[in-house]
Structure formats: structure tokens, C-alpha cells
Design a protein around this ligand. Sequence first.
Ligand code: M6R
Length: 615
Amino acid sequence: MCGIVGYLGSRQAYDILIQGLHRLEYRGYDSAGAALVNAEGSLNVYKAKGKVSNLEQSAAGKDTTGTLGIAHTRWATHGEPNDVNAHPQISQTHSIALVHNGTIENYNVLKKALIQHGYTFESETDTEVLVQLIEYIKLTGGCSLLDAIIEALHQVEGAYAIAVVEENDPDTMIVARKSSPLVIGVGDDETFIASDATPIVGFTDRVVYLRDNEIAVIKRNEPLRIISLENNKPSKIDIQTLKLSVAQLEKGGYDTFMLKEIFEQPATLRDCIRGRIVDDCNRIVLSGVEIHRDRFLNARRIVLVACGTSWHAALIGKRLIQEMCRIPVEVEYASEFRYGNPVLDKQDIVISISQSGETADTLAAIQLAREKGAFVYGICNVVGASIPRNTDSGTYIHVGPEIGVASTKAFTGQVTVLTLLALSIGQLRGTVVPETVHEIASALMEMPKTIEKVLKLDGEIQKLSRTFTYAHNFLYLGRGYNYPTALEGALKLKEISYIHAEGYPAAEMKHGPIALIDHEMPSVIIAPSDSLYDKIINNVQQVKSRGGSVIAIVSKGNRAMAEMADYTLEIPDVPECLTPIVASIPLQLLAYYIAINKGKNVDQPRNLAKSVTVE
Ligand code: M6R
């Protein structure tokens, strides 16, 4: 949540900052702002409520010169979205500007103390407290900006990635992080900083991921310096090569990122399985498991932790792992797990699932799990993010940048990796028969083609969506492997169309939600021809007999359901455990077209952000 970007070099900073903010807008779009220090040392600050384009409009025609600048796109936590609460926040004498991603938890205590020292506050943000504190320390202690920031960071509790610039110093930018991400791009005589690598792509492929409790001093014509906030000693600078291209960050001819990402799934799943299915589909190789064979051989219990869509993938993972590995598996919301005093020991494996690798609750959950001695495995998309850097081992899903706030290709990538993981642990423990490995691995190899077939439903779903655009409520029902698919379908609809939708295990419907069903409440029922198909038929009849309309996702050639349901969408036959991958795609398209019919911004739905780096 919140994106920060900064530049120091020989080019004009403003355009670089604006382009960077556009790429980071998925992290929040409540307001945007930029601070520039020009060659004379003047500090110019521009802020606007709403999207980055509003900032561009409000700064048009004003002095945006300067080769040093910082900027911010906000997802509001403290204080409503408005110009005053927008970042950069400025110190009382208007000499220091700061952008911040995270939350300062003890801001109230610090604010009261600063008020006693004569400070006044304009905004309701926690961030203003930090910038005022830095100025107070600098002025009263007569110290450098760097020393004042270090001292202030020792006083604050919470999470932060910050970038700071100062009036009269067009040559220095200082950045620091604790629990919120920050990447430094090292160019030739220029330096970029950002919440993730997307604003840096196209300028340099040399990046440094700042670690927790590190502060970096970026000075014109001087090498980058990183200092540990724990011991004030220089930290090792580990330059890595970025493997992202500008093309991956663009819409590629689609109207929206979400549609592009839905249609990318044949390719992304090809990337996801590449090199992991070997020996003519008879063996799965996940290096993260191979290196730690003993941990998986001796595991007594697996706990999956995640949030949102990743939690839905975790529910599917539970079934997969239990079935193929015969290990007890629990699934926890990361936010509940971290405060639940979990009982864990060395024979437990905690698997975190996160697209961004920056979700605050998931990160805290795995840190707790490690403290308690569990072995932590991460399933992540964003390479080099905080979660993979805080795990003992793991697997990337490799589906490329997911920019649309609603997760689509990351979900299918997560389920694919969980399938590979279950098979690979099952092989190791001897709990899955070779025929099963071969059958599922072969179907996974075919999955890109299978999904291409499912995507041909696009036109049909677009047409169908018109019938349901003005429904106020939806029920999504599924059983077994597809109960989580129902949850995921409902979440997709809710988050982008703002229609209330509930996902439910189909058989549970009669224990309450059935009371809601009437002719105005459509039910989407995921009913492939699997081991529970005969059971779900009863649920379809229960909905129909109460006047509800049914959209059924069924296996190809299922004519019986066509007679019962109002609409059927046919998907190709795949092994039962892979049906969530295939069935989720029509649900993504249905949610997409309903939201588009309603004129909603599907890539940036209200109140949401792609990366939830606050509690
Ligand atoms: O990056 P993560 O996978 O950790 O994010 C978790 C959730 O915030 C995320 O899946 C969210 O629910 C999506 N907007 C769903 O589409």
C-alpha cells in the first residue's frame, strides 16, 4: 500500500517520478504528490487528491525542474484522502520533505511530545509526525539530516519505507526501510528508488533490495552507501540483476491489465511449470523441496498461511497436500495466525502464499513461524520481495507482473505450484503412486492449451454478463476442490463490480443461505464431472425449486445440467485436482464483464490496493 519513487541524477526528475507513480498506482490511488529540489536548492512540492493524473494537472505550468525528487501514491490509512494528507509531508519550516509507505504506530505519543515543543500539525497523517520529528532532532541537536533520520527512526515503532530530501541540498536523497519494501536502482551517475522495481525498469537493470533496518545515503557523484540501523556500521551492497522488461508492464493491446492478465494465463502457466516436470511427466522437480528433502520427509504437519485470493489457493493446497502426501494440513488467515499464539515446532512446515511477497500480515506470520522454530517455505510471484527473502526455501510462481488489483493469473499460478509441491512431496514420501504423478503432470503440461480452449468462452460470457449486470447479490457454490473456487469467484465479483457475492460450500447452503434465494439472486455453481458431481446436482435443484437462476460451470458435453440450469459454461475435462484452475477462468471473465458493463475501473477498484503492506 502506497508507492514511493525517487530519482537523483542528471535528468529532470519530474517525468521519471510521474512515470514511476503511474507504474506504482496499483499500490494505492487516493492521492499523489511529488517534491523536487532544483539546482538553486529550492524545494517545490505538489500534491493532489485522487489519481496521478490529477497531480499532473495540478502541477502543469508550475516549476517542476530539478534533478532530485521524491514522489508518492497513497492508499489512505491515517486521515481521509485529500490534498493535505497527501505525501510528501513537509516539516514545519518547510525544509524537509518525506514520503512514506507503512504505518508509524506510536505517532500519537510522538505527536503529543512535538506539540509540547511548539510544533503544529496540518495533516492527520502519521507521516507528518515523522518528518517533524526529524526536523526537531536536526534543529535541536545541530546534527546532519542523516543523523537526525537515524535518531528519529530509533524512536518510531511500526513499518516504513521512506525517502527524504532537504531544501538547499540538491545532491542528497536518504532512504530507509523496516517491514515495507524498497528497491534502489543503480544507473550510470544516477540512482532510482522505488517501492518495487517497476519504476526502475527501462532505466537500469542493476538493483539493490534494501534490507530491514537499513538506511541508504544517495549522494550525487558518490558511491551508494548503506548503513545498518542496528549497529551504525556499513552494510554489504548486494547488486542484483533485474529480469523485468517494459513490455511486461504494459497493456499489450488490451483495454485493461486485468483482461491482459486473464488472457496471458496459457503463457504464464507455461512459464510456471517450465523445467519442473521432467522424465516424460514422471517426475516433479522443485529445487526448494529437493534441497530440504529431510524437512519434507520428517514433516509432521503443514500450515498454510495467506490472505485474500492467496488464501483461497491455500485451501486448494490443503486438499492437494493431504491427498497426495498424507500429512495433516491446516490453513490460516495470516492475520489470525500471527495473533493466535500458534503451537509450532521443528517438524512443522509453514507455507506462505503471496503474489506480492509484501503482504504485511503474511510477512509477520512467517517471521513468527521462524521464531518458533518451524521451517518456512514461500510461494511467491514477485522475485526478490520481502517474503521470499524471509523464508528458508520456496518456489516462485513466475507468472510475471500482475498489475490489475484483482488477482487472476497469480491465483492459477499459485494453484499450479501447490499441485507441483504436493506431487513432489508425495513422491519423496512415497505417498503418491507414479500413475497419479504421470496423469496430473501430463495434464499440467497440456494446461496452456486447455486454458486457450476455456478462453474461447470469452464472447459467450460477455453476452451472459449483460443478463446479470444489475443483480444485487450473487451466490457462488462449489464442493471439494471447487469450494475455494467458489470463494474466489465471489471475491472477484465483489472487488471489481461492488456487487455483494458470497462463496459457499454447496452442501452448506441449505443450512442458512438458502433463505436468501429468490428470482433476483443468481447462483453460480461450479459442477465439473468430478467425484462430487452427483451431490452438487441436488444443490442445483434446491436453488431452482426456489426460483433462483443458475449459471453452471460444467465439464464439456454435460447435457444433463443444461436441462436444469439456466446457463451452462462448458470447460474441458481435467483431473479433479486441476478443475479449480480451469473453472476459475470463466469466473474471472464473468466478474470482469459485469464490472465493465457497470462502468467500473477494474484495474483500480475503489478502496483497494494491490499490495497490502499495512495491518
Ligand atoms: O500479494 P498477496 O497475494 O499476499 O495479496 C493477498 C491479497 O491482498 C490479495 O490476494 C487480494 O485479495 C486480491 N485483491 C484479490 O484479488
